[in-house]
Design a protein around this ligand. Structure first.
Ligand code: ZN
Ligand code: ZN
Length: 130
C-alpha cells in the first residue's frame, strides 16, 4: 500500500491498490502552479484513494473554466485532483516508489524552452484525444 501527503503532513492519504499511470504535463498552468519545469502526476482509481486527514486544509483555485487546482492552505503543496473515476496525484506527494514511470508527455506544445525530454514516452502537443 502506498501513502503520501503534503509538506506539513496535515494532509495525508493512502492508496489501497496500484497506481495506474504516470504522466508529465508540460502545460504553462502546471508549470506556474508547481513552480517547476513540468508537473508529474500519478493516477489511481478513485475508489482506491483514501484520505486519512486534512480535508479541512484543502484550498482551491479555479485555474481555468473547467479546472480547479487544490493546494494545502498551510504549506502550499499541490494536492490531488480528485475526480469521480480517477484521482491524479502530484507525484512528489507520494512516499516511496509508486511503481509506475512516465508513460506520456502532455502539452509538449507549451513545454518550457529549457526542458529537453530524454525518455521515449509518447509526446502529445496538447491533451491527448480520447
Ligand atoms: Zn500541508
Ligand atoms: Zn498541466
Amino acid at each position: 500500500m502506498l501513502s503520501g501527503g503534503c509538506l506539513c503532513k496535515g494532509y495525508r492519504f493512502e492508496i489501497q491498490g496500484e497506481c495506474t499511470t504516470m504522466v508529465d504535463c508540460h502545460c504553462s498552468m502546471c508549470r506556474k502552479a508547481h513552480g517547476s519545469d513540468y508537473a508529474t502526476f500519478v493516477g489511481c482509481s478513485a475508489n482506491e484513494f483514501q484520505l486519512i486527514c486534512g480535508q479541512d486544509l484543502v484550498g482551491s483555485f479555479q485555474s481555468s473554466e473547467n479546472g480547479a487546482r487544490a493546494f494545502c492552505t498551510v504549506c502550499g503543496s499541490n494536492l490531488p485532483m480528485v475526480g469521480e473515476q480517477e484521482v491524479y496525484i502530484p507525484a512528489g506527494l507520494i512516499d516511496g516508489d509508486p511503481g509506475v514511470r512516465t508513460s506520456a508527455h502532455y502539452f509538449v506544445g507549451s513545454k518550457a524552452p529549457w526542458v529537453t525530454i530524454i525518455d521515449d514516452a509518447p509526446q502529445h502537443e496538447e491533451y491527448p484525444a480520447g
